[in-house]
Write a protein that binds this ligand. Sequence first.
Ligand code: ZN
Length: 308
Amino acid sequence: MRKASLLLVAWFLAFPHSRAQNQDFSKVEMKVTRVSGNVYMLQGAGGNIGASVGEDGIVIVDDQFAPLADKIRAALKGITGKPVRFVINTHYHGDHTGGNALFQKDAPILAQDNVRKRMEHGGTAGNLGKISMQTEVQPKEALPIITFEHDVTVHLNGEDIHALHFPSGHTDGDSVIFFPTSNVVHMGDDFVTYGFPFVDLGAGGSVEGMISAVEKVMAQLPPDVKVIPGHGPISNLDDMRRFVTMLKETLAAVDKGVKQGKSLAELQKENVLAPWQKWSGDFVKADTWLETLYNDLTGKKGEFIKHN
Ligand SMILES: [Zn+2]
């Protein structure tokens, strides 16, 4: 218990966007939105939960924080009396996997191989700069008991729920989850709406990988698809296009400076990200994003976990 609360404190220090809204979990309300077809979205604190709900039961994507498990269960009960059959984790971060140990009593958890490895071993998450935190070793009850290297499909509720790994984006274990019949996609934290994104360079993430993941996903989606971001309201392809354009432009702007031999301090002084100031958020401010881009472009690396 003590360890769990310390872990939460650590997450809140690293992720003030969740701290600001939700210091006290007892005040958190679970908001349920029907996205499209069989798919719902649950918003409480932490990452958005996607839920496929149908005659076979429930498949959820991510499970927020442990203290919210009962509220998540109650919200799901409000949609159907059927049980949770599987949980899929989009990546290892505690605001997406915090409920794992509790939900795994109900149903097996599936995730990409690196999600399990990172939860099993702990490590330092962050942008190798201002954002830095230790992630604790997780108990075995919290570890996904089914893992995959590239992709997996869960055939339930008349839907081929497809989890596809994109290497080295937000982390090195990100999966995007497709619900093709319902015309919904859950992006995990490869797409968020809180402004400049967090790229966990410490856990094998990269900005270029995030760009490539978002572009590859967009290329295979119908134009009217409903997008569940890792954090934020239901979005669409235009939102993702704006996001990826910003990623590419800011990466190019900083790359130009790096190629001219400029230091991070010089680039900060020049305020090279000024044209994208509107993306500066509470969590990742322009300075932190600049530092992320700089560290990524200059090859700073975290602990590398080999991809199989
Ligand atoms: Zn994350």
